[in-house]
Design a protein around this ligand. Sequence first.
Ligand code: AVI
Length: 316
Amino acid sequence: MSDSTFARDIHTGLSAAQKYISSRYFYDDAGSVIFQEIMQMPEYYPTRSEFEILSMQSDKIIAKLDFQQPFNIVEFGAGDGMKTRQLLKKLIDQDAAFSYMPIDISRKAIDELEASMLQHLPQLKIRSVVGNYFSVLETLAGDDTPSLFLFLGGNIGNYEDAEVHDLMRAFGKSMKPGDKLLTGFDLRKNPALIRNAYDDPAGITKRFNMNLLHRMNRELGGNIVTSQFDFYSFYNPVNGEVRSYLVSLAKQRIHLSRMDKCYDFEANELISTELSRKYTLPEIEAVAAATGYGVVEHFLDCRHYFTDSLWVKNSM
Ligand code: AVI
């Protein structure tokens, strides 16, 4: 019998009236490899846009930090660190006194990140932390070194509105007035560009979603015939939401032997897998104002597809 968090969350999600699986479960080893492929796709513009911002505008971002040294850079969900490295390199070139603290739930991701950062930036002072954001945030509160928090990659788009507010407030609780937060937001743009980025002709995004079914087979002893499911995603330009789903192609029952549970599907029934919200600048400003921050500046790429938005924590 599996009583892992994955098993419990799958049970809750597949027992709901509208079935769902959290997009956080995309990122097992196989899913992380597929996500690397997504980031290389010609249709997937966010990675290249944010890379451009951090390569071309790190000097401007650093000038706006206005920190006494030494200071900390705390990064939530650092990924492969390629984009962050552009900013860190600029700081090292300027002889800034800072430590870099990447935080990730995956030990493997942190070990790989640390090795690649030190390979490129051997002078970097790095203090990695493995853990979930909320528990690590508690340990950060009370440190009186000035801090820049990084939440890059557009990951904020994968959170529902209420969760966005909770997360920004949770960051703020561990920050002091004057501390900064740099968050990557994907912006509204031509709807056809967004649709293609999330439903690519080569089917890589479909594979990314279908990996959830393979993962249930692998880890939960599932008997899912994956060809009995399809992938469907759509962008609604009115509210800025990309919503992704797995679709059951037949009336069917799946069995997850390690949980000793069965789940029934109607033909065409959906499993919601991901929200990827696209923002306007006024929407970003409204989130900042509602959660205790002022906007210092939005740093946009040349096509205005993406912004790294720098906020300052307000005094209470
Ligand atoms: C990780 N996250 C910001 C990606 C996004 O764009 O929402 C995940 C993704 N899903 C499909 N393609 C990429």
